[in-house]
Design a protein around this ligand. Sequence first.
Ligand SMILES: Nc1nc2c(ncn2[C@@H]2O[C@H](COP(=O)(O)OP(=O)(O)OP(=O)(O)O)[C@@H](O)[C@H]2O)c(=O)[nH]1
Ligand SMILES: [Mg+2]
Length: 520
Amino acid sequence: MEDSHTISSAGPVQIVSITEDHKFVLDEAKLKQILFNRRAIGKKVALVSIAGDFRKGKSFMLDFFLRYLRAQNQSEWMGKEDEPLKGFDWRGGATRHTTGMIMWSEPQLLTLPDGEEIAVFLMDTQGTFDSNSTVFENAFIFALTLLVSSVTVYNIMHNLQEDNLQHLSFFAEYGVLAIDAYHTSPFQQLTFLVRDWQFEYETAYGFDGGEEILSDRLKIRENQHRDLELVRSRLRQCFRKVNCFLMPHPGLKVTNRKEFDGRLSDIEKDFKEQLRVLIPEVFRKDNENFIKEINGEQITSADLFEYFKSYCNVFASGELPTPRAMLEATAEANNLAAKSASKEFYIRAMEQHCGGDRPYIHPNQLDALHQKVRRESIEKFRCARKMGGELLSQSYQQELENEVNELYENYKKHNDSKNVFAFSRTPTTFIASMVLCYLIAGLLDTFWLGGLNFIFMFGFWVCFGLLFVWLYTKYSGDHAEVGEYIDHFADVIWNNGYQPVYSKCLQSALRSVVGHAKVE
Ligand SMILES: Nc1nc2c(ncn2[C@@H]2O[C@H](COP(=O)(O)OP(=O)(O)OP(=O)(O)O)[C@@H](O)[C@H]2O)c(=O)[nH]1
Ligand SMILES: [Mg+2]
């Protein structure tokens, strides 16, 4: 289904797919198109994802999230009673539907109480534990979701059970490492969403009931196995916020009728009421965990792209990495993100002065500009809060310097190509030389020094001959190497003869206009 949607019209886009031999493939191009959406560029980002067992109404729930985000009028976001529910594909039946990872192609913009606009992305994931997926696949989907999202909704059925907590034990271990190394919790918000909660007579629907259940399940009891104890003691520490929501059953029309298309009129009142409580809370604008952070720094969508790539690289071996490897991947991604932000800064500053639509600037001026922007860009990289220690950061700084130098070479070439004069340097040099020789020969004649004028007339004819041969080589394409020699010869004359005179004239003209030469 995802293939039928193009990114140009908003829709679900498959960013990670799982091949038949259970390998996963990250579609970098599509992910880039989504995260580098022009509405999201430069903005801080929030990623809300849903994960959990297969066939438990995850995609269905995500469509209500989408409806809420897209609604102009937030009080009536639920829509009309007879409106089919569309967005992320969901359907009834027993066989799994969503595979891999799917992102909504367009970010929704949200304005925070302080007026800052952020870009919110939604992600749907493959249900775990169906008969086709391997243990690695399940773990990979869950791990990647937790690592890249700011809010993960962990969708579970009926009750919060031991196995749900068990899935988190691996992350608790990673979390402990990250806290030890960087003194900050690596994960943001984890919301257990318990569907079809049946014991409302005991514990009420909503967040309050959820908190009761969660506190009970996270209690450490005597003689508990060490693993279970570790998850319990570390869960609230590793995630900055863990909460739980108890959701009622949506009604038999939803679960049993083949023709059900998601319209509100077929959904039980209780379910709709609780949706009105749950969803605004998930997207609460003053939720301090909402913007994605890595190592305590709020990140942009361009950074998120780097993190996605790095984590996928770590998982590429097909085996679940150790928590330490994951920590290293985070540190690498963190440096990569800082590097690309600094590079982006360099490009933006250079484009402003010598981009495609800017006029030619003098090479000395271009060089001064490059040196200044390069220094600032490296300073920006050095000041960014980075993980992984000085050695790792130095290697990325070196990469940044190399890339910036490479970019400068391109800017130089591009700038040169704008210089029409440089383009015609060879004919200009020869014609100027011919005129000069001719004038000098004429002057010498006037002052009765005709004996010397044959030298200049000789120069005149040499230049004429070379110009003729040069034109022939360029026009016919024959003996291109002869043309290059002549170009080289013209360059020598230009650089040693005309260029210094030209620069001196230019400088004194500038000085007389501005008072002193100033490099912007
Ligand atoms: N029991 C129950 N069923 C629900 C609920 N919400 C939606 N459904 C139904 O569950 C079925 C599966 O919905 P999906 O949203 O496709 O489920 P999913 O978890 O995304 O499934 P996979 O993509 O296969 O993992 C649909 O028939 C929905 O109508 C719920 O809260 N409880
Ligand atoms: Mg689904």
